[in-house]
Design a protein around this ligand. Structure first.
Ligand code: XLS
Ligand code: NI
Ligand code: NI
Length: 442
């Protein structure tokens, strides 16, 4: 068994995870993720742009509402916050390198503990930014996105940018400013806003319209600051329907797109979609991806999965090949993710306590996506999949249907067409045929 180590090498006994192909018996190897393999004209690693998530992998200690930590990380033992943060970052970059993960992402407080003193927090973040810069240079690992945690501190119990108290909003702004400074200094490619506690528990005490206007003003201020300071990346909003508030303002992709359009933020913002958030919103992940893709706003994804028997954000590692294949079909047809990548916003279970478990989890997730990419590419290149769908709309490709699509028919014209053409033929939707087709390629 591999045990935790400290200082020089945290994951002792585990080397770099390499591609060994389907024939291998080695559980610490990739069977499908072969970074330089060409798929649809691009390297696999450039399609997928995998990122490790700092908060789950290096901060998530396994605690739940019924019990304390079960993952006793050796980097957490130091008493000084800066020493602890550096040890954690050493462990993080060791893991990311061994895992062959090209990117990482973080919330400010994942990197180093924050107190209540703004100047001290900014100082801490700057010190760790310098430390991270050196680590990035040494390993070639890049920052996919940064963000600020505007939900854990008790001052945010009524929201951050949507807090009824302006004073709280200003503290959120201070945190976002420091997180943007760090993201820019680290050449972060994107910046994420997940709503956290932006929402409400009861309308009895909530002016919803005013809160949403505040959120929009806050996002404009953040965007203007970042642009002024040279940030050229994309801002992402990550929809989620509930948790921690009962009603989150960023409910789902369609809701967020409406919000961005209403408040004139569409040029700078795209969507970061998370699998389990889609499920909580009563959608499939595929639905959320398609909504974003159709709007040209498919930015990035948080890869995980929920539990079918459990109605909350369990953040498990992805392993459902059928679902991920359907997701990859949409991503490939959309021309890929715009600016983002695939971040593992997923955590190992409370009772997964071996250091190797974190590796198994990521290997499984990366292999699932790599395999799904290959299958989806095959389906698109060699099967009838696209044709079956296109054929369903053939009546709009010519004649009166085409005129209608161009806006050339009024309601009377449509009625006259119905009158002269009788009852429509029965046309199958072929769902089972298509489901079998996907399985055939898997
Ligand atoms: C929580 C969110 C969070 C975001 C980043 O449910 O998924 O982890 O990804 O703040
Ligand atoms: Ni997420
Ligand atoms: Ni989540």
């Amino acid at each position: 068994m591999i045990t935790w180590n400290s200082e020089a090498e945290y994951f002792k006994g585990i080397g770099k995870i390499g591609f060994e192909g389907q024939g291998t018996d080695n559980p610490l190897a990739f069977r499908w993720y072969n970074p330089d393999q060409l798929v649809a004209g691009k390297k696999m690693k450039d399609h997928l742009r995998f990122a490790g998530a700092y908060w789950h992998s290096f901060c998530g200690n396994g605690s739940d509402p019924f019990g304390g930590p079960t993952h006793l990380f050796p980097w957490d033992v130091k008493s000084d916050p800066l020493d602890r943060a550096k040890a954690k970052m050493d462990a993080a970059f060791e893991f990311l390198s061994k895992m062959n993960l090209p990117y990482y992402c973080f919330h400010d407080v994942d990197v180093i503990d924050y107190g209540n003193d703004i100047i001290e927090n900014e100082k801490r973040m700057q010190l760790m930014t310098d430390y991270a810069r050196a680590k990035q240079a040494e390993t070639g690992i890049k920052l996919l996105w940064g963000t600020a945690n505007l939900f854990s501190h008790r001052r945010y119990m009524n929201g951050a940018a949507t807090n009824p108290d302006f004073h709280v909003l200003t503290h959120a702004a201070a945190q976002v400013k420091a997180a943007l400074d760090a993201t820019i200094a680290l050449d972060g490619e994107n910046y994420v806003f997940w709503g956290g506690r932006e929402g409400y528990m009861t309308l009895l005490n909530t002016d919803m319209k005013r809160e949403q206007e505040h959120l929009a003003k806050f996002l404009h201020a953040a965007k203007d600051y970042a642009r002024k300071n040279g940030f050229r990346g994309t801002f992402f909003i990550e929809p989620k329907p509930c948790e921690p508030t009962k009603h989150q303002y960023d409910y789902d992709a369609a809701t967020v797109l409406g919000f961005l359009r209403q408040y004139n933020l569409l040029d700078d913002f795209k969507l970061n979609l998370e699998v389990n958030h889609a499920t909580l919103a009563g959608h499939t992940f595929q639905h959320e991806l398609q909504v974003a893709a159709d709007a040209g706003k498919l930015g990035s994804i948080d890869a995980n999965r929920g539990d079918y028997q459990n109605g909350w954000d369990t953040d498990q590692f992805p392993n459902n090949l059928n679902e991920v294949t359907e997701a990859m079909l949409i991503i490939l047809e959309a021309g890929g993710l715009q600016g983002g990548g695939i971040n593992f916003d997923a955590r190992i279970r409370r009772n997964s306590t071996d250091p190797a478990d974190l590796f198994h989890a990521h290997i499984g997730g990366m292999d699932t996506f790599a395999r799904a990419l290959l299958i989806a590419d095959n389906i698109l290149q060699h099967s009838e999949y696209k044709k079956v769908r296109a054929d369903r709309y053939v009546s709009y490709d010519s004649g009166k249907g085409k005129v209608f699509e161009k806006g050339g028919l009024n309601l009377e014209d449509l009625r006259d067409y119905a009158l002269s053409n009788g009852e429509p033929k029965t046309i199958s939707g072929k769902q089972e045929y298509l489901e079998n087709l996907i399985n055939r390629y898997i």
